[in-house]
Design a protein around this ligand. Structure first.
Ligand SMILES: O=C(O)[C@H](O)[C@@H](O)[C@H](O)[C@H](O)COP(=O)(O)O
Length: 222
């Protein structure tokens, strides 16, 4: 795990966006399509706002979410909605997005239906991870119903989980997140830095981030 500390969040945003462009262009040297998985939440939007203008062959890029709240894209909590507002625009509008939410289905049914589609994107070329101060990443929340299944080596590619006090969610499995050739974890603030340190000494089920952060570059700003 490589740790990059930045003097401020703006410097981190610019550098991480550039790093993702470099990673994608490296992967695009090959003849096929490339796949990137990105998080939702409040951290990544500024990175997406820079990334969407990048001059790369977006038409060959498949964009996935690391996880999704089980709500329609027009819902305030939707990660797909976040991507439509911040990433899938400008030059990146040419990218192909793989949505997870299915109207009229429960998270478990939707995950089962979409899981097979994700096979073609594994191994991922790039994954960008967020993290909570509770040491979750994607929707791999400590104590969540479905966490063990999503952390298992033979997990389905997309898993339904239910964490205490959260809406139902679907998440890429730890195995799919770990398949990525290039892994980046983006965290802001002292709490998350301390949580990441603590996660290194914790059991994976208590600190899911510890199960996917190996080999990642951690980008941190206060
Ligand atoms: O659906 C989500 O919320 C994200 O994918 C999740 O894994 C996020 O990365 C962390 O919860 C951190 O969220 P913040 O960036 O809001 O702190």
């Amino acid at each position: 795990m490589k740790f990059k500390e930045y003097p401020d969040r703006e410097m981190l945003v610019m550098d991480v966006a550039q790093q993702i462009v470099t990673d994608l262009n490296m992967a695009l040297v090959g003849p096929d399509r490339v796949s990137i998985a990105v998080p939702g939440g409040t951290t990544p939007a500024p990175i997406f706002d820079v990334l969407c203008a990048a001059d790369l062959d977006w038409a060959r890029v498949d964009v996935l979410l690391t996880d999704e709240r089980w709500v329609p894209a027009d819902h305030a909590r939707s990660n797909a909605g976040l991507l439509y507002r911040h990433l899938l625009m400008d030059r990146a509008a040419d990218a192909h997005f793989v949505p997870y939410y299915v109207e009229g289905m429960k998270a478990k049914e939707g995950a089962a239906q979409t899981s097979g589609l994700i096979e073609q994107h594994v191994p991922l070329d790039v994954v960008v991870l967020g993290m909570g101060a509770d040491m979750h990443t994607a929707s791999l929340f400590p104590g969540a119903l479905g966490l063990s299944d999503a952390m298992a080596a033979d997990a389905p590619h997309l898993c339904a989980v239910q964490a205490e006090g959260q809406e139902p969610r679907v998440t890429l499995s730890a195995a799919v997140l770990n398949s990525a050739v290039q892994k980046h974890l983006v965290i802001f603030g002292d709490d998350k830095r301390a949580a990441l340190d603590a996660a290194m000494d914790a059991q994976p089920e208590d600190a899911p981030i510890s199960a996917v952060v190996q080999g990642a570059t951690v980008h941190w700003a206060a």
